[in-house]
Write a protein that binds this ligand. Sequence first.
Ligand SMILES: Cc1ncc(COP(=O)(O)O)c(C=O)c1O
Length: 428
Amino acid sequence: MARLDKKELGIRSEELGIRSEKLIFSSPPFSKELAQELLNNYSSPLYVYNGDRLGETIEQITKAVSYPRTQFRFASVTNGNIALLKIFCSFGWGLHANTPGDIYLGLQAGFDPSEIVYSGSNLNRAEMLQVLNWGITTLNFDSLPQLQLCCEVLPKGREKNIRLGLRLNLPEITGDSRIGVRPEEFGDAIALTAEFGLKLSGLHFYRGTGTNATTAFTQVIDTVIATAQQLPDWEYLDFGGGFGYPYHHNKAAFDWEIFGAELTERITHLGRKIDLVIEPGRSAIAGCATLLAQVVSVKWQGEKQIVGVDTTVANLSVPSVHGGYREIVTWKQADNPHSLFTTDICGNTTYSRDYLGKDCQLPALEIGDIVAILDVGAYGYAMSSHFLHRPKPAEVLLENGTYRLIRKREDYSVLLTNQLITNIQQPL
Ligand SMILES: Cc1ncc(COP(=O)(O)O)c(C=O)c1O
């Protein structure tokens, strides 16, 4: 663990949602000296998390939804690093699990099974049993066969403390989605659970990831609540997931205060005690991480600067593979904001989509310069892969004026994991 000078941190710490429109680009998230020190210690590329900023974001979201029966569950599909999960745990949040792997990591991080909500899809029998054997008590299903499988494999004696819910599929809101159960199937679902002596007590709604318009949520609250009321044993409403994050520095953020106030107002006046589950992923963690990389090549194609860096879309697949935007800044443009060139930031492979950023406005760069790819906390490391056979970067956490390694850099031996090199033949 290394100590940090306070001045080195927190340049962006006051910016939780909407960033200043006066800036033509975002500031680097910490000092150049610190960036260099981290790369000297842990090599490039490097994921750097700001734990203080994460804590501030968690507090901001928590405060915005004042309804007293609210349970926050961090959607760890976005980031499964144990050190970061522990931060959510320390703020009293639980976990939202999309897969059994999310649950496994959550338990390792110290979440109690009763604080983990499962709402995934298409488990096989062994997986369903595993999830239940881990002690998970709140489960939302996106099809009747999955609900039935759960009822079939639920160990005897667990009926009393289990909460079963349905993921809502309402084409006029959720669009043409494969996921979820339509209201016309509710009757069959209720009958099915009753056969097993169980009840359906939850409705789970998910708006769709990265939705920045606050009204996209607030305008559907009444419809979702009215649909939930079709369940006679309704006890909890899980409102997702899907809250956006403004990756462009001059775009408005999803407004937690407006959303929290409207949802609280509606649910308070229902006249029944409903538990509210909120499971933010991206909106909680996107802004607290930066991927640092170093320039290894610069060339010019006419007016365009082509910069090669020592990371790849396999380390951060979102911008290139999924079409998302992540702002890229350097410490040079902060010094000289007026001399910028259209620049492509290219990964260290010849894969045709290996661009970390296209048409960025950056100063003339040199070999050895550090670039900072911002807002990579969600779906960053979590979506990195061994495609292109490049080992994954290390992860570092800055917190309370110190930093520490929270995941080691991989070496090439990871590429051999589970490969059977010796030739053991089985007779046919
Ligand atoms: C049910 C559910 N909740 C929450 C999330 C997290 O979504 P987001 O990062 O958009 O908040 C997901 C993402 O897949 C999800 O499927």
